[in-house]
Design a protein around this ligand. Structure first.
Ligand code: EPU
Length: 423
């Protein structure tokens, strides 16, 4: 197993190019199940998670090839309808094949994902939605066994809480249903807009893009199409926070600053310079000067502050000059990074879903041996390691590789001293 080693305390300078979004690539790859023919996807990041979903598509009968960041997926060979535990347990987003399989084959057997490091993460909203479209869902032996005779029909689905993959699964299923489906309290994350655009390019009839009310008029068939994955807003946000915590002057290139409204405001409130262009933004923060102000954060569905950037912001707040309160409202167990940040000298107290961070200034953190527990927790440890004095060893970096493409190369390009080593 590999670990990541960081010699911290150096400001970050230069440019970093952002890859395509993991959480857009996964549903768009799953959407290739909806139609025969060759789908072409551009700007697809090469990550552990994108490889996992491609393995899953292969196990269902599809073929694919990758040329650089372009994927060609042939949806013609679909013949199996079962997603096994072995694949689903490594990546919850495997549940995204449920909607397309039901739409195309009328049946799907997908392993229940179970809990994960950040919370229980049930899939009841997905199943309730499919049932509104006429699907029968049974839970047996750890699998969801879903089936329908003939086509699904339109229906009305109202989510209790906006669910990102729930909205995506329903959109894909409803696109091939008979009649109209209304999705209320839909999630509005930009990745869903990316999927809507791909489905429309495939021939789907969807209204309400980027709103919490989506209307899908089902069509008889979809055809293969060409789409481009949007830039990864969470990756962009992670490098921006890193430059704030370590200090420096970094330009975050190839991104969509308008997808980060809440983070950019929080960075500015923290006293970090943010200059926004069309497809880039620049972050400036003097190193070693105690200028970072404490800022409170509450995670919310888009366009609120993203839960996927909560851990990273906590590392920044550990280097601030005062007390900040971080409230995690989306997942019940997303503070696994706290104990590791404490090992690096951070002063954090947790009470349920609220963490109080007592920032101790630019030199608050010191390098230590720490362990990654999930994807975003890992990236908060990277940020802490970059800001800390001395050497930080982060073990279990396979978590990081699920969602950050070429992180070592990108950080090196920003002047950081970072490398991978066998444990
Ligand atoms: N929820 C339910 N029942 C459901 C579905 C969701 O109770 O059937 C609850 C969840 O437990 C959570 C809330 O609803 O409290 C929202 O969860 P959501 O369904 O939106 O999460 P998700 O679709 O499973 C996606 C991202 C996550 C990201 C969340 C929230 C993908 C592949 N995953 O998960 O990304 O944290 O939305 O924005 O898009 C990550 O990239 O590190 C990551 C975890």
């Amino acid at each position: 197993m590999e670990k990541l080693v960081i010699e911290g305390g150096k400001p970050l300078h230069g440019e970093v190019k952002i890859s395509g979004a993991k959480n857009a690539a996964l549903p768009l790859i799953a959407a290739a199940l909806l139609a025969p023919g060759v789908h072409v996807l551009h700007n697809v990041p090469d990550l552990r998670d994108t490889r996992t979903i491609l393995r899953l598509l292969e196990s269902l009968g599809l073929t694919w090839e990758r040329l650089g960041a372009t994927l060609r997926i042939d949806g013609s060979g679909l013949k199996y309808s079962e997603a096994s535990y072995d694949l689903v347990k490594t990546m919850r987003a495997s549940i995204l094949v449920l909607g397309p399989l039901l739409a195309r084959l009328g049946r799907a057997k997908v392993s229940l994902p179970g809990g994960c490091a950040i919370g229980a993460r049930p899939i009841n909203f997905h199943l309730m939605g499919f049932e509104q479209l006429g699907v029968q869902c049974e839970l047996e032996h750890g699998y969801v066994d879903a089936h329908i005779d003939g086509r699904m029909h339109g229906g009305t689905v109202c989510f209790d809480i906006p669910s990102v993959t729930g909205t995506e699964n329903l959109l894909m299923a409803a696109s091939l249903a008979r009649g109209t489906t209304n999705i209320k309290n839909a999630a509005r994350e930009p990745e869903i807009g990316n999927l809507v655009d791909m489905l429309i390019a495939m021939g789907a009839d969807i209204e309400g893009k980027d709103s919490d009310r989506l209307t899908v008029h089902g069509v008889e068939k979809l055809t293969a199409a060409e789409s481009t994955i949007i830039p990864d807003r969470i990756e962009a946000g992670t490098y921006a926070i890193a430059a704030g915590a370590a200090g420096g002057d970094a330009v975050i290139q190839n991104c969509e600053p308008s997808h980060l409204p809440s983070l950019l405001e929080k960075l500015q409130l923290a006293g970090i310079g943010v200059d926004v262009g069309d497809t880039f933004f620049r972050v400036t923060a003097p190193k070693g000067v105690n200028t970072i102000r404490p800022v409170d954060v509450t995670t919310m569905p888009y366009p609120g502050y993203p839960t996927d950037l909560q851990a990273q912001f906590m590392a920044l707040m550990a280097c601030s000059n005062g007390v900040s309160v971080i409230h995690e409202t989306i997942f019940e167990n997303r503070f696994m990074h706290v104990a590791e940040l404490q090992r690096m000298g951070a002063h954090i107290q947790v009470d349920g879903r609220i963490a109080m961070v007592k920032g101790a200034g630019a030199n608050a953190l010191t390098g230590a041996q720490v362990m990654a527990t999930d994807l975003r927790a890992s990236s908060s440890l990277v940020i802490a390691g970059l800001a800390a004095q001395g050497r930080t060893d982060i073990s279990r970096i396979y978590h990081l590789e699920r969602g950050y493409e070429d992180m070592v190369e990108k950080l090196t390009g920003l002047g950081a001293t970072v490398w991978k080593e066998e444990e």
